[in-house]
Design a protein around this ligand. Structure first.
Ligand code: SF4
Ligand code: FES
Length: 251
């Protein structure tokens, strides 16, 4: 395939960016989207130009670091698929592809297609964990009976890879789907219930401080999430938050 790429280039966080057009030729439909980007960068390096900066790590749909807005969709046109798992067979010869970074105030552009998602790390630090005594007396988690339905829901929530596509898809740049997945994965399990109240309060507080928008139940986050995280988690987080807020201030 011969393709035209319209890519967001931005030198650094301070300078203004813009779309620059590139051509790539003889792209195999077996290539992944990021391999196509590698071909472009090799081409740019050979021509003495600066390669396009983009985030990636595992290239297996696990780490959540790849984060491209492809033709207006976070992670591109394939449902339930990260950018690194997207294949070029989804495109056809002669296509023009727009490639931009995820857009949100809380995810500032660092360079080209790389954004700063450390806001998610700070939300995790605010409560996305359980405090376990690891002195050797810890109870074997497998010895604690957990209803299958709860275990399955907790596991589904835990598949969130923290990519930020939910924020990029949302017209309000809300992080509710991400935060609710993190709250839910613990709230459903006995180990997580001990700190459930402070977790919900602290993670929501941090989310607000980071400048993410509010949820207005549009559902774009769920539609674009590569891991199929359900809106049901947002409803659960709202319940967790409300009950925590009432017990913190029963007046
Ligand atoms: S909820 Fe989905 S879209 Fe949002 S960070 Fe997690 S995996 Fe990515
Ligand atoms: S590079 Fe790890 S999920 Fe895409």
């Amino acid at each position: 395939m011969d393709l035209t790429l319209k890519i967001w280039r931005q030198k650094n966080a301070e300078e203004k960016g813009g779309i620059v057009e590139y051509k790539v030729n003889e792209i195999s439909d077996h290539m992944s989207f990021l391999e196509m980007m590698d071909v472009l960068n090799e081409q740019l390096i050979n021509e003495g130009e600066e390669p396009v900066a983009f985030d990636h790590d595992c290239r297996e749909g696990i780490c959540g670091s790849c984060s491209l807005h492809i033709n207006g969709e976070p992670h591109g046109p394939d449902a339930g698929t990260t950018t690194c798992q997207l294949h070029m067979r989804k495109f056809k010869d002669g296509d023009t592809i727009f490639i931009e970074p995820f857009r949100a105030k809380a995810f500032p552009v660092v360079k080209d297609l790389v954004i700063d998602r450390s806001a998610f790390d700070r939300i995790q630090h605010a409560g996305g964990y359980i405090s376990v005594n690891t002195s050797g007396n810890t109870q074997d988690a497998n010895a604690i009976p957990i209803p299958k339905v709860d275990a399955d829901k907790a596991f589904d929530a835990a598949t969130c890879i923290g990519c930020g596509a939910c924020v990029a898809a949302c017209k309000n740049a809300s992080a509710m789907l991400f935060v609710s997945a993190k709250v839910s994965q613990f709230a459903l399990l006995p180990q997580g219930k001990v700190e459930a109240e402070e977790r919900a309060l602290n993670m929501v507080k941090q989310m607000d401080e980071e400048g993410f928008g509010n949820c207005t139940n549009t559902g774009a986050c769920e539609a674009e999430c590569p891991k199929g995280i359900s809106l049901e988690n947002i409803a659960r987080m709202n319940r967790e938050y409300l009950s925590a807020a009432f017990s913190a201030d029963p007046q």
